[in-house]
Design a protein around this ligand. Structure first.
Ligand code: LLP
Length: 382
């Protein structure tokens, strides 16, 4: 599936995106959402590559942003400001002003103080901004602790005990219109029960809010649908049908109320691979190491979360296999992509693909050790 001969002339390490798969994945998500009239705001934080964003905006996706720069990138790449949800616990004033000036769909507000600040900034501009309350539903997503967001102990959102007071307060604000309630319980969620649980919570909260005289036109359940890191080839398109069917089965929308979600990883992960070259093979008494030219600066997920990414030697191979630790060149022991991986016997110069790296890969790259940021290449351009 990889154009190996073409790869030989490209500077490693680099990200390679399978554009046809990206399109098919996005189309699958859209078609399943459209069955129920649901709206997808693609979460730019997963991958903000301009070419991919242009594709998504052209297909009719909305955008979910978490910084002013992401809001600007979304607009530059063709997303309608009316489709932009802007979340984040720490929005700066200038970032809020950017959103106000563009009349974005919603500020997903995460604290009482933020609500006051947005109201003041909107008032100064003589504008009524649209707000969503990001509610922390205290639902366990059963995923990695670093990417669980919906528990009381997390910094995100407005806690349940504050909700009614805060909602009533927003209703009294002159320059903020409450249009939506927003939730996000975590990422890389591979079971459907946490989503069902979230829906039950949404139903309960909607009733409480209505009893307090608060109604909203929109419900946003955030992102989180996981992907299969173990079997990227077999499960290249995530289970969108089951995800949206779960939402549809469990959520009770009011007449005319619209459901939104913010998928990131499930749209972008499987179409991207980090392509790297074997620099050295170290065969020691206790271990064999393959030292590659990509490091944690290019893909930090294994070092940061202990995340698994399938590694393949994509150079046509000799049959014999060996067990290796695949490591990068950075001066940190955590710069290890995986341990005890069975690979065809690997040699200096072999090209390797680190799979399922299209989400939270390129966007999380850093220049630690003064390394260059990895470039991106696309299947329809190389
Ligand atoms: N909406 C909100 C409010 C979020 O915080 C996130 C992700 C999403 C949507 C998109 O979630 P997704 O559909 O991609 O699961 N860097 C970590 C993932 C961090 C996710 C942060 N929030 C990783 O590499 O696993």
């Amino acid at each position: 599936m990889f154009p190996i001969e073409k790869f030989r002339s490209l500077p490693t390490p680099f990200y390679f995106y399978d554009v046809a798969l990206f399109r098919r994945t996005a189309q699958a998500a859209l078609s399943e959402a459209q069955k129920y009239g649901y709206i997808i705001h693609y979460a730019l934080k997963a991958n903000a590559n301009e070419k991919l964003l242009h594709l998504l905006s052209g297909m009719g996706f909305g955008a979910d942003c978490v910084s002013g720069a992401e809001v600007q990138r979304a607009i530059d790449c063709g997303f309608s400001p009316k489709s932009i949800a802007f979340a984040g616990v720490g929005k700066r004033d200038d970032e809020i002003c950017l959103g106000i000036d563009h009349r974005i769909f919603s500020f997903n507000c995460e604290s009482e103080q933020e609500i006051e600040v947005i109201n003041e900034l909107a008032k100064a501009k003589g504008v009524v901004a649209q707000a969503a309350l990001r509610i922390n539903p205290n639902v366990d997503a059963h995923t990695h602790a670093h990417i669980t967001t919906g528990l009381d102990e997390n910094k995100f959102g407005i806690n349940l005990w504050q909700l009614l007071d805060v909602a009533k307060k927003v209703k009294q604000m002159s320059n903020l219109k409450l249009v939506c309630i927003h939730f996000h319980i975590g990422s890389q969620i591979t079971e459907f029960s946490p989503f069902a649980e979230l829906c039950a919570k949404v139903n309960e909260l909607q009733e409480q809010l209505e009893q307090a005289g608060v109604t909203v036109e929109h419900v946003n359940v955030g992102g989180g649908l996981g992907v299969d890191y173990e079997h990227p080839a077999e499960n290249s398109i995530p289970e969108f049908a089951a995800y949206f069917a779960t939402l549809n089965r469990h959520i009770k929308l009011r007449p005319g109320q619209k459901l939104h979600c913010e998928l990131g990883r499930s749209i972008a992960a499987q179409c991207g691979s980090l392509i790297t070259k074997c620099l050295y093979v170290k065969e020691l008494q206790k271990k064999n190491f393959v030292v590659v030219d990509a490091g944690m600066t290019d893909l930090i997920r294994p070092a940061l979360y202990g995340a698994y990414h399938k590694i393949e030697n994509i150079t046509p191979q000799h049959a014999a296999e060996k067990v290796y630790d695949v490591v990068g060149p950075i001066c940190e022991s955590s710069d290890t992509f995986d341990k005890d991986v069975t690979l065809p016997q690997t040699q200096r110069g072999d090209l390797m693909a680190i799979r399922t790296a299209g989400a939270y890969g390129e966007v999380m790259a850093s220049r630690y050790n003064l390394r260059q940021l990895p470039k991106a290449f696309f299947s329809d351009e190389v």
